[in-house]
Design a protein around this ligand. Structure first.
Ligand code: GLY
Length: 280
């Protein structure tokens, strides 16, 4: 069985970053699937072109809250709404390996991260702050037609472009699987909103049959328990058909999925999704 590292850089963006995503996949070759997916996602988090780690989009109040998760066949760890750390995926790994918990959120996750040695880091960039200003202007000035998500925010704060460039990685090394995911969320969103990325079975799943990670509008992915439901279907049809069917169910709501099983790899998305695979 060949070893595989499969990455995506999120669905819904306008630029195709597949070439550099392929490079990140190649750089992530190790002898351990968890080390490989962590290394892959760290590179994507550190690249400001992706909505994870550096380059995460702000919430409507301007704060940056990030979600990340890791999973092996043995267990998982995730962080929800963590702020001011450089690599949320590393904190998720610490939750899995160094704590008795599986999920940590908000201030508690941050204080755990500091104890584990993750220092202060400002994940904002000029590009994301500019995008935030533009979205808020659109929501507040009421001149353009608003998407339902934007209308909700507009009504709440009284007075598209939707983005879901979550990043994700799956590795199959010596027949063992691991997955990792990280995101700044899906704009526009309130402070405290939680998407699919840190929730087991929604934005990620991994077991002896394979690994699956998703990108797109987290609320819709979560409602469908998307990754776990795909996991249950492995073997019932070709992996490509299973993923295509799942994407069809979203209509025009952005979603992207990548999956690796013992003998197949597949990806499916209803928008532009940069992917990269390395086989060794
Ligand atoms: N898929 C990322 C999110 O909705 O938060």
């Amino acid at each position: 069985m060949q070893n595989v590292i499969f990455l995506h850089g999120g669905v819904g963006g306008h630029t195709d970053y597949s070439e550099k995503v392929r490079g990140y996949a190649m750089n992530s070759m190790t002898i351990d699937p968890l080390d490989s997916v962590i290394h892959a996602v760290m590179q994507l988090e550190d690249d400001p072109d992706f909505n994870a780690g550096t380059g995460s989009y702000p919430r409507v109040d301007g704060s940056i809250q990030m979600d990340a998760a890791v999973m092996t066949e043995q267990g998982f760890g995730s962080v929800v709404g963590i702020e001011n750390v450089r690599n949320p995926v590393l904190v998720a790994r610490d939750v899995m390996e160094k704590s008795p918990h599986v999920m940590m959120s908000g201030d508690g996750a941050l204080s755990f991260a500091r104890k584990m040695g993750h220092g202060f880091y400002d994940a904002s960039t000029e590009r994301t702050m500019e995008k935030h200003r533009k979205i808020m202007e659109k929501i507040l000035n009421g001149k353009e037609e608003l998407l339902p998500r934007e209308k909700f925010i507009a009504e709440l704060i009284k007075n598209n472009e939707s983005t879901g460039d979550t990043v994700g990685a799956i590795a199959r090394i010596d027949g063992k699987f691991a997955v990792a995911v990280s995101t700044g969320g899906a704009v526009p969103m309130l402070r405290g909103r939680v998407g699919d990325t840190p929730i087991i079975g929604c934005g990620f799943y991994c077991g002896p049959k394979g690994g699956i990670v998703t990108t797109g509008i987290g609320e819709e992915i979560t409602k469908r328990l998307l990754c776990y439901n795909i996991y249950l279907k492995i073997g019932s049809d070709s992996l490509q058909n299973i993923l295509d069917e799942a994407v069809k169910d979203f209509g025009n709501i952005h979603v992207g999925i990548i999956a690796v099983t013992k003998d197949e790899t597949a990806s499916s998305a209803n928008g532009n999704m940069s992917t990269g695979m390395h086989i060794f």
